[in-house]
Write a protein that binds this ligand. Structure first.
Ligand code: PYC
Length: 432
């Protein structure tokens, strides 16, 4: 069957799968009331796969997509104990940026931004990436110094970031309280024009659809209950729906990464904390950049629908809870009003939490482990969603070639024993 530039068949099968998402198709279906086919297919669980990916978030789905699209490896299953995107991928605040602190981090997240920029075309799916600029406010000299450092590392790696003063901040975000009377007056900001926001569900669905169209099997409601290892190599994955023989397992989970790794006998230096977020009712568009304040432990952006999406630091205690708390929302509201007093009448609609797997150096753990065939793409802390595409691309390459590509070489599990940490705490959106 002839294939278009984004890999989808030009002529669709009788079931019309996968549907082409175009203005003409929208008009046609609107006029004929023909229903859209599901975005991805359902399959029975097979008793063996070449590759089993645990975790149906952006990382697992992107790895499956790039395995098929870049390496022709399609006998792949993606398993999730819930629905696709039910973990961190559907719970983050959808902020993208590459203004990190270490050269390794900047190069890595910049590659992700590049992949995100072309994702809508690659996947034939509107992921609504809006590169509206990202401002991290400095309320003290120490933050300003770290921001200058980040700006220099960013520039050296070809990433657009600079430190700006309050006049420029006022021009970009006129609703901020930039007076000297503020409790924590703003001294300057790290401005990162390529940063922005995206529709996170669309990213998940787009990768799932693209992977499925290339032959990957997606299994929702399929909890992994064990991993069989014999003679130092992975042999099988046990699930609540049956066992799967396989020689390659990728742990692409967040929140449960240590539990899955334990099943294979691999210990990870990861501690899990909830991170809470909230969204308001929609208001008229007034905020055209992403605003972050480390000192006030808050970040905010306005969606295309007009809602304000807020997030903060991780909770101060370890937990697997994904519920919101009253303490959080009270603190958040107070901090937001210090930044933007005009929001005092806006009503909050919802709050929720996601799970963050924190590593000692705030960088991820990616690549091989001491168990042959058991790979990890874990330890994302508060940075996971931003890294989805580059992680998928790199882990697919790692599986296909048997070696971690250069872009993730610094993030191996062995770095903790070797003392070769990649300290990325200084690039956290807000202090932890
Ligand atoms: O690192 O930009 C960030 C971020 C925002 C929300 C969580 N992490």
């Amino acid at each position: 069957m002839p294939v278009s530039t984004n890999g989808y068949p030009r002529r669709r099968g009788r079931a019309g799968y996968p549907a082409r998402y175009s203005a003409a198709a929208l008009l046609g279906r609107g006029l004929t009331h023909r229903p859209w086919p599901p975005a991805w297919r359902s399959h029975p669980l097979k008793s063996s796969y070449d590759v089993v990916i645990v975790g149906g978030g952006v990382h697992g789905l992107a790895a499956a997509y790039y395995l098929a699209a870049n390496h022709g490896i399609t006998d792949v299953a993606v398993l999730d104990k819930g629905y696709m995107g039910s973990g961190g991928s559907g719970r983050n605040t959808a902020i993208l940026r590459s203004n990190y602190l270490t050269p390794e981090g900047v190069r890595f997240y910049d590659r992700s931004v590049q992949l995100y920029q072309r994702l809508a075309t690659d996947l034939d799916y509107n992921v609504m990436f809006s590169q509206r600029g990202h401002l991290t406010l400095a309320h003290n000299d120490t933050s300003l110094r770290t921001m200058r450092w980040r700006a220099e590392v960013n520039k050296a790696e070809g990433v657009d970031s600079e430190v700006i003063g309050t006049d420029e901040i006022r021009r970009l975000a006129p609703f901020l309280d930039l007076t000297q009377e503020a409790r924590y007056p703003v001294l300057g900001a790290l401005y990162h024009p390529p940063g922005g926001i995206i529709r996170h569900d669309a990213v998940v669905w787009g990768y799932a659809r693209g992977a499925s169209a290339r032959g990957v099997h997606i299994h929702q409601d399929t909890e992994v209950t064990g991993i069989d290892v014999a003679d130092g190599r992975v042999r099988a994955v046990r699930t609540a729906r049956g066992d799967i023989a396989t020689r390659t397992v990728l742990n692409a989970t967040a929140g449960w990464s240590t539990l899955i790794a334990d099943m294979a006998g691999v210990r990870l230096p990861v501690t899990t904390y909830p991170l809470q977020a909230a969204v308001t009712e929609p208001v008229k568009p007034f905020l055209s950049t992403v605003i972050v304040s480390g000192t006030l432990h808050v970040y905010v952006s306005q969606t295309d629908r007009g809602e304000l999406v807020f997030g903060a630091s991780v909770d101060p205690f370890t937990s697997y809870s994904s519920r919101g708390s009253l303490e959080f929302i009270e603190g958040l509201a107070g901090n937001v009003l210090q930044l933007m007093p005009a929001l005092s009448k806006v009503r909050l609609l919802r709050q929720w939490a996601g799970l963050c797997d924190m590593t000692p150096d705030f960088s991820p753990i990616m690549g091989m482990t001491t168990v042959a065939g058991f790979l990890v793409d874990v330890g994302w802390g508060t940075y996971g969603f931003k890294a989805g595409p580059v992680s998928g691309e790199a882990m697919a390459q790692c599986i296909a070639s048997g070696r971690p590509p250069g872009i993730i070489a610094a993030f191996g599990l062995e770095r903790f024993a070797a003392g070769a940490l990649v300290g990325e705490k200084g690039a956290a959106a807000v202090g932890h």
